[in-house]
Ligand binder design. Structure first.
Ligand SMILES: Nc1ncnc2c1ncn2[C@@H]1O[C@H](COP(=O)(O)OP(=O)(O)OP(=O)(O)O)[C@@H](O)[C@H]1O
Ligand SMILES: [Mg+2]
Length: 265
């Protein structure tokens, strides 16, 4: 089935404040869908409601045809939605490879005794998890840093490590909250290429939040724009960037500057 994520009328209130107002969005296999909007628009809140970190006040979330609204976050992750966080969440004191291995562990089950004794499925799984973790690090160009401590990595590399860790869950849908924040322009361009390759080769779906407009316009198939929690536009990058409602929502920010950059790139 091609339709991965299907959210309808999703709303979130914090106290009396409506952070998200009837958001609808679909993500299919092989698509990269952007979710953009000014600061405080409700983008991260939308991801939190989809992935079970917060409960939506109304609306529904379907994943691969199954309703997952209100499921706890670990169950949603196990079902195939992996995400990264705007504020990077790594095990800072662990090594780079251990960070990826821990994520892979969450999808494996063996008995406590096997784990203690290091026998049976446990030792086989450990070897397999480790080699898979290396593969994912290589994929993100982090192979040489495998034994470094996670918090010694530069910011851009920590973001890539978060993505390697998300991929360790073998997701069908990957939700990225500002993945290129902190990356330099070269890293951002490489990451854009990587994302397109990932989408094509793994045929997963990707939901993407970012403020780097030239990056968003470059990689997204379709873009949903929200402002103050309210959906204001939906369309291809070229439609969205010429939409007067979008331009006015971004007034006072660098949206137009970013667009000019894009046009000349
Ligand atoms: N846990 C929370 N409790 C109360 N208010 C919250 C909470 N999380 C978010 N908000 C509020 O909800 C609104 C939307 O926040 P959100 O973080 O989703 O915005 P965003 O679009 O991700 O912004 P940014 O681009 O700055 O990351 C903001 O007004 C924010 O202050
Ligand atoms: Mg956010």
């Amino acid at each position: 089935m091609d339709l991965l994520l299907d959210i309808n009328g999703l709303s979130v209130f914090f106290g009396g404040v409506q952070a998200l107002n009837k958001l609808s969005l679909q993500i299919r296999k092989g698509e990269i869908i952007g979710l953009i909007g000014p600061n405080g628009a409700g983008k991260t809140t939308a991801f939190n409601a989809i992935t079970g970190r917060i409960h939506p006040s109304e609306g529904s979330v379907f994943f691969c045809g199954k309703e997952i609204t209100g499921w706890p976050a670990p169950r949603i992750a196990r079902n195939g939605i992996a995400r990264t966080f705007q504020n990077i969440k790594l095990y800072e004191d662990l090594s780079v490879i251990e960070n990826v291995m821990i994520a892979a562990h969450s999808s494996i089950s063996y008995s406590f005794i096997e784990a203690i004794l290091g026998v049976g499925r446990y030792s086989r799984d450990e070897a397999r998890i480790k080699s898979r973790a290396y593969e994912l690090l290589e994929l993100m160009n982090l192979g040489e840093l495998a034994s470094e401590q996670a918090n010694s990595l530069p910011y851009g590399s920590q973001r890539k490590l978060e993505i390697a860790r998300a991929l360790a869950l073998n997701p069908r849908l990957l939700l990225l909250d500002e993945p290129v924040a902190g990356m330099n322009p070269t890293e951002t361009r490489e990451f854009g290429q990587f994302l397109l390759t990932l989408r094509d080769n793994l045929s997963i779906g990707v939901g993407l939040i970012d403020h780097d407009m030239s990056f968003v316009m470059e990689v997204c198939d379709m873009i949903r724009v929200i402002d103050h929690g309210i959906p204001i536009a939906w369309g291809t990058p070229s439609v969205v960037r010429n939409d007067p409602k979008v331009i006015s929502a971004y007034l006072g920010t660098d949206f137009n500057g970013a667009m000019d950059n894009h046009a000349t790139n």
